[in-house]
Ligand binder design. Structure first.
Ligand code: PLP
Length: 388
């Protein structure tokens, strides 16, 4: 049976009707190769450039600063690798945080294997970085800093303006992964002082496999994939023009509806959080709701395994997520929650509920109706004691 209540919108979102319409309109009509000089190609090129302009406007950037990619992971890799290689003769030190998405973390690990020196900054219990730690760890060889805009497990927002000021003063290139933030909070590249910013369409009701990288004019960067001269030679390969146009539609709608969706989504989240806190003992909310995205709620349930909780909720038609990763059959606690100082046991007992525009108050009622029983049943089977 498929889930009836979808509370995993930070993993991906359903494609919205207006976006489907953009796709369906463009797929048959604008099929030309945007690099072709005949009229079919020029129609596709026009739609591509229009979409670039529309997406740029959503983040306060000019069209020529937007490069389309195959998703958030690819944008992160192009930003990190592309800038690290381009700056290699200036230095080989990169600073990031320990709570980044694996698209950043594993790219940094690979850069380490190529001889780059990477520092992973810690976060506090609220999943936030202290900018002072960054100041202390910058070296003369530091060329690149990558700090995510909002964490995908807890929703915590990072102090990007401070980071941007610090890197700006030192002439260090600043990248942020804004995959979770775009469309949930205002994103303005100049206010943040970022040089590189990653985005992905499928987190904002757009199609999967489409992303973009903002590159501030003059930022040193080189391609990491080689081919033709598409996207200024930085991302060779025939552009997915219908997907890109759909991304622009999704971004415009998400940004224009930001205020309304924030109220609706935040309201549902707080209703669930307070209901769970009232109805179930031994529950901890992870992260600070005052400095987080409106849509993510992360909670640890003492004496319960998060994965068992997830599977039991799925049987009841409710889709949520855990932050744990399954590596070779063993479940590893989330690197984000452990970086915040949670014990591995508590981290294993965590769930992420992430809300979207289609969720309703009735759905939250349903979760609150079934969750206490599921938790209590699993606790009876568990040998782990809960604190009173
Ligand atoms: N960065 C963050 C913070 C994410 O949450 C995700 C997706 O989960 C990604 C990057 C990867 O984006 P994509 O799925 O488009 O490759």
């Amino acid at each position: 049976m498929g889930a009836d209540i979808y509370l995993d919108n930070a993993a991906t979102t359903p494609v919205r009707q207006e976006v489907i319409e953009t796709l369906l309109d463009s797929l048959p009509k604008t099929f030309g190769n945007a690099s072709s000089i005949h009229s079919f190609g020029q129609d596709a090129k026009r739609l591509l450039e229009e979409s670039r302009e529309r997406l740029g406007t959503c983040i306060g950037a000019s069209a020529e600063e937007v490069i389309f990619t195959g998703g958030g992971t690819e944008s992160d890799n192009l930003a990190l690798r592309g800038a690290a290689y381009a700056l290699r003769d200036r230095g080989n030190h990169i600073i990031t945080t320990g709570i980044e998405h694996h698209a950043v973390l594993n790219c940094c690990k690979d850069l380490e294997s190529e001889g780059f020196d990477v520092t992973y900054l810690p976060v506090n219990r609220e999943c936030r970085l202290d900018p002072q730690w960054l100041v202390e760890l910058i070296k003369p060889e530091t060329t690149l800093v990558s700090v995510m805009f909002a964490n995908n497990e807890t929703g915590s927002l990072q102090p990007l303006e401070d980071v941007g000021r610090i890197t700006g003063e030192k002439g260090i290139v600043f990248h942020t992964d804004a995959v979770q933030a775009l469309g949930k909070v205002p994103v303005d590249v100049d206010r943040l002082g970022v040089d590189l910013l990653s985005m992905s369409a499928h987190k904002i009701y757009g199609p999967k496999g489409v992303g973009a990288l903002y590159i501030r004019k003059g930022t040193p960067i080189q391609p990491i994939v080689f081919g033709g001269s598409h996207e200024k030679g930085l991302r060779p390969g025939t552009e997915n023009v219908p997907g890109i146009a759909a991304f622009a539609t999704a971004a415009e709608l998400a940004v224009s509806e930001l205020k309304d969706s924030d109220g609706h989504i935040r309201g549902l989240r707080e209703k669930l959080a307070s209901g769970v806190e009232k109805g179930i003992r031994g529950v901890h909310r992870n992260g600070n709701p005052e400095s987080s995205l409106p849509n993510i709620l992360n909670m640890s349930f003492e004496g319960v395994d998060g994965e068992s909780l997830l599977l039991n909720l799925d049987l009841l038609g409710i889709a949520v997520s855990t932050g744990s990763a399954c590596t070779s059959g063993a479940t590893e606690p989330s690197h984000v929650l452990t970086a915040m100082g949670l014990s591995p046991l508590l981290a294993q007992g965590s769930l992420r509920f992430s809300f979207g525009r289609e969720n309703t108050s009735g759905e939250v009622d349903r979760v609150l109706e079934v969750l206490p029983d599921v938790v209590s049943r699993l606790r009876k089977l568990s040998t782990i004691k809960i604190s009173e």
